[in-house]
Design a protein around this ligand. Sequence first.
Ligand SMILES: [Zn+2]
Length: 450
Amino acid sequence: MDITCIGGGGHVTGAQYLLKDSAGDLYLVECGFFQEGDVDEVVFPYTPKDIKAVFLTHAHIDHSGLIPLLCERGFEGPIYSTKPSKDVGALLLSDMVKVMSYEEKEGRGKALYREDAVKKALSQWKGVSYHDPLLVGSLRVSFYNAGHVLGSASLRIEDSGDGKAVAFSGDLGNQPSVLLKKTEYVSDVDGAFVESAYGGRIHESVEVRGSLLKQAVLDTIHRKGTLLIPSFAFERTQDILFELNGFFERKEVPSVPVFVDSPLAISITAVYETYVHDPAFFSPEVKDMLRIDPEVFRFSELTLVRSAEESSEIARVTGPKIIIAGAGMSDGGRIRSHYHTYLDKPDTILLFIGFQSPGTLGRALLDGIEEITLQRRKIRVAAQRRFISGYSAHADQPLLLEWVKALGERTRLVVVVQGEVAQSEALATRITEELSLDAVVGEAGKTYHV
Ligand SMILES: [Zn+2]
């Protein structure tokens, strides 16, 4: 097999790999959107019509975001992912259309595609189960739980023509995840493409994340203030809802109103509820909780806020409260309107639960900026700022090394991808030194032979 890194080399986002099998047939693994800069034009360095199928590890936009464009430009074949990835993918891609149309209206660039392209993609999209090998052309493709977000998978692709096999890690989860089953390993492959978003980092222990969250809730109640949690709609919001449900269920915190102010997060939570009883996806802790409480993402204190009118009414709720709203890095979404109301109040706690990219409003706030300007209004930041890293959805260096180690003795080549260059290099060095494997940092445009 020849695998070309179209995207994913030297960058976290924009994953896309062109795979040519021994029969000369072309496939794609991922078809992700590049999120680290402005994208005016997308060029596919192949003819979309020539692609036989797309294999998708998970629904995040940086892995799936160009699929509708690929379909619009002539790709007619099937798209394969797990069923939850298809369900969440439908929501994320439609949301992406809304965001792009809004940006276009505001005079910032042109939308890459519209809702009809998403509909076309969904008509070609097929859901598969973990461990159920899929036979496409001369390929045998298996999906393994990656533990990153609901439905996320690592792939093992075997070419029956020459017997060679390759693994794609997709994004690998932090362990243990709040909600998901443990990451499964892929083995018995000749080559592997492994992610490296945190290739050079070691996360702080996940054990403390629940108690740090609980403390933030208790402190908010004590101060009669507001706990603001900027959150990604996918996985992180559901993690927090599950944790809060547990706190209330076990009476570890007093009752306090909780608002999820994000239509996208509400829709994605409904997808989680669809699969929550399926043993393929969730952790033993979720199963245990389900025995006591059949609704693990809902509690009597919770209000799901869909409309903009309801959102503005939250400000009238007096007393302590918790608001969870997007966007995760505060660069858009309803969290910004809550900043107008609450950031200048010293009884507010602003709690970050995910990595904040340099250049985003979230990062500036986390780094201690004293004043921000939102919609031409200056806001002095009096809120207390806190950060919990344990809810990260990405594996750190020790976990990535474990995944690579489990590939087994057959592996000859490891291509480190989906990370900033420094992170990828750090992981490649450790793989070479510790595991005596040939590890290289993936380069855009370069072809690797397995
Ligand atoms: Zn991801």
